[in-house]
Design a protein around this ligand. Structure first.
Ligand code: PEP
Length: 250
């Protein structure tokens, strides 16, 4: 069976003391199901977060990293730096990185390659804009995003990849894809991977849904056959809400 994962993307929220306090709240919660729990605090708080999470089941991820190994890249963070503080998972390709920091498929392909070379796990985000969906282009947009960033990879590195389908129109808007829309796209994604690689590999890939997942809708979305968990923004900033979502797998 594929792994279930619920990951919280904290974005640019929570300073150091708030990070420690939210982690303390998260540690007091009970995971009643089988989902792996991941949180992604801001880069500056990752070191402290990893220490605070010691002894707990919760894993820590970075929200971004640079594709180069080291050097004159002011303000950037390398894969080795993340690993040195105990962070082995990185979110890449989030729609906010694509939109505000102009990260395109070619850059993301380079970042993925670097992360995989460092044996990191990648949570790779992608998804269509509202105009794409309205125009009926959502499947071709998603297929192109996958092909351009990931389909040069051999099969083996795919086992370090978690996909996060996030329709941009559903992120932070309160508008969620219906469980049927999520399932339809997740099944398409799995079929696309099976055509490029094989069904066995496609069946092993965890595909998360992201976009206004809340305690009230998580169970229904996660009940769909090809939805293996969620990437959660807003609702991951509150321990009760986040664990209500985690426990949708209970
Ligand atoms: C996200 O930022 O990845 C996300 C899904 O945000 P939200 O849950 O707030 O829509």
């Amino acid at each position: 069976m594929r792994k279930h994962i619920v990951a919280g993307n904290w974005k640019m929220n929570k300073d150091l003391s708030e990070t420690k306090s939210l982690i303390a709240d998260l540690k007091s919660q009970e995971n009643k199901g089988d989902a792996e729990v991941i949180i992604a605090p801001t880069t500056i708080n990752l070191h402290a977060a990893v220490s605070a999470l010691e002894g707990s089941e919760i894993h820590c991820a970075a929200q971004n990293m640079h594709q180069q190994e080291s050097g004159a890249y002011t303000g950037e963070i390398s894969a080795a730096m993340l690993k040195a503080v105990g962070v082995n998972t990185v979110i890449l390709g989030h729609s906010e990185r694509r939109a505000y920091f102009h990260e395109d498929d070619a850059l993301l392909a380079a970042k993925v390659k670097t992360a995989l070379a460092h044996k990191m796990r990648v949570i790779f985000c992608f998804g269509e804009e509202l105009e794409d969906r309205k125009a009926g282009n959502h499947f071709s947009v998603v297929e192109a995003q996958l092909k351009n960033a990931l389909f040069e990879l051999e099969s083996d590195p795919w086992l370090q990849i978690v996909l996060a389908y996030e329709p941009v129109w559903a992120i932070g808007t309160g508008e969620t894809a219906s469980p049927e829309q999520a399932q339809e796209m997740h099944a398409f994604i799995r079929k696309t991977i099976a055509s490029r690689y094989n069904q066995d590999l496609a069946d092993q890939i965890t595909i998360l849904y992201g976009g206004s997942v809340k305690p009230a809708n998580a169970k229904e979305i996660f009940s769909k056959a090809d939805v293996d968990g969620g990437l959660i923004g807003g609702a991951s900033l509150n321990a009760n809400d986040f664990y209500a979502i985690v426990n949708a797998f209970a």
